[in-house]
Ligand binder design. Structure first.
Ligand SMILES: Cc1ncc(COP(=O)(O)OP(=O)(O)O)c(N)n1
Ligand SMILES: Cc1ncsc1CCOP(=O)(O)O
Ligand SMILES: [Mg+2]
Length: 211
């Protein structure tokens, strides 16, 4: 069986909000979230560096697992807990530099072939998506649905996994029933009428992750 070749994360990362600002990071850490990602799209490293520094400092202050999406060089320079990368990023990223700097690595996958590619890299966790239709990101593939998700989770055994895409409060219990270690959400929190309530309800279902 495969084992990560990057620093380990717990199998259960719990509720994993993916957000686009330092304000959201601070609010959600204050609300009890302990796994979180800063996802700012399509800016230069210079444009996002101050936000990356602030997010990482907050992650440390709250003893949380703070992942940086895309900006892996900044994540190394400022010592984030981890980096999240897509499949296409794997070709252009210095993965050895991430490993040597002691950062965790999460990798996106959408099907069995992409899981093969991810397993060859042996990241800290493997993200499985998108489970349901999502308005948050344009996806080239179809949603995998709960059955595929369950099959992927089963295939991966005790490898840490994260489900993402269209996961609402109502859908979270069925997603968790597949045995996946974490549910990553954007709109279920950021578009909620009452984000505090939504976060508390999702935390009650998914937990904040193991130590
Ligand atoms: C937890 C988690 N899973 C998947 C993604 C998607 O990452 P990626 O494929 O790199 O796409 P972008 O988020 O960069 O548009 C994610 N960010 N987090
Ligand atoms: C970033 C990303 N990657 C796959 S689906 C997705 C967006 C998930 O957003 P939502 O939880 O609002 O569907
Ligand atoms: Mg990315």
């Amino acid at each position: 069986m495969y084992r990560p070749d990057f620093p380990a994360t717990p199998f259960r990362l719990g509720l994993y909000p993916v957000v686009d600002s330092v304000e959201w990071i601070e609010r959600l850490l204050d609300a009890g979230v302990r796994t979180i990602q800063l996802r700012i799209k399509d800016k230069t490293d210079d444009a996002v560096e101050a936000d990356v520094i602030a997010a990482i400092a907050l992650g440390k202050r709250y003893t949380a697992r703070l992942f940086i999406n895309d900006y892996w060089r900044l994540a190394i320079t400022h010592q984030a807990y981890g980096v999240h990368l897509g499949q296409e990023d794997l070709q252009t990223t210095d993965l050895a530099a991430i490993r040597q700097a002691g950062l965790r690595l999460g990798v996106s996958t959408h099907d069995d072939m992409e899981i093969d590619v991810a397993l060859a890299v042996r990241p800290s966790y493997i993200a499985l998506g998108h489970v349901f239709p999502t308005q948050t990101k344009q996806m080239p593939s179809a949603p995998q649905g709960l059955q595929q998700l369950a099959a992927h989770v089963k295939r991966l055994g005790d490898y840490p996994t994260v489900a993402i895409g269209g996961i609402s409060l109502a859908r979270a219990p069925a997603v968790l029933e597949t045995g996946v270690g974490s549910v990553a959400v954007v709109s279920a929190i950021t578009q909620a009428e009452d984000w505090r309530k939504a976060t508390a309800q999702l935390l009650a279902l998914a937990g904040a992750g193991d130590e």
